[in-house]
Write a protein that binds this ligand. Sequence first.
Ligand SMILES: [Fe+2]
Length: 208
Amino acid sequence: MRSPVISSVVRPSARDTAAAAANPIPDRRIAPALPTRLRPADLLRLTDETGEDVLAGRYDHRLPADGRWPLVDRWATRLVADDEVDIWLISWTPEKSTQLHDHAGSIGALTVLSGALAEYRWNGSELRHRILAAGDQAAFPIGWVHDVVRASDRVAISGRSDPGPLNPTLSVHAYSPPLTAMSYYEVTGHGGLRRTHTVLTDQPEGDL
Ligand SMILES: [Fe+2]
């Protein structure tokens, strides 16, 4: 006796199969599934809004006492922390490059509050340089590899004043999901990129 379930299966006819082969389903691009519901535009907005709060003094209790910004080591304080996003304020100091790195499985964004940053980003074949001055923003999708340093230490910024040690270079960074790891890279002599090591860290832009 034939199973009613099996008997209900409709098998494609030879004509249907031939039609499907002649008209294949279009190869649609599938958006990558990210481990966060936030998007780069959300992080740009968050760093902008948080930066405004910093400039308005709403985080003064989190800043170095008496405005004594560290002059040697990069300094950072986490302003916001939840399951979806970490938001940090970073003070940049001379010659403290982040080294070439990614942000593992996190997307990121920044807003420069004062001074200027120099970013060297790997574009697939070379490092591209740009200056991010006060008010500028940048977003970092998955796979973004860059090196960031206080701008005045490496390049002259025409028409802009040197931030100087008493006028700190500050930026607000957001990472979603919160940063847990970073990989470091070096540019090879063959115009490629080699990953050198990976570290587990929740520190913004690497070790301070
Ligand atoms: Fe970074």
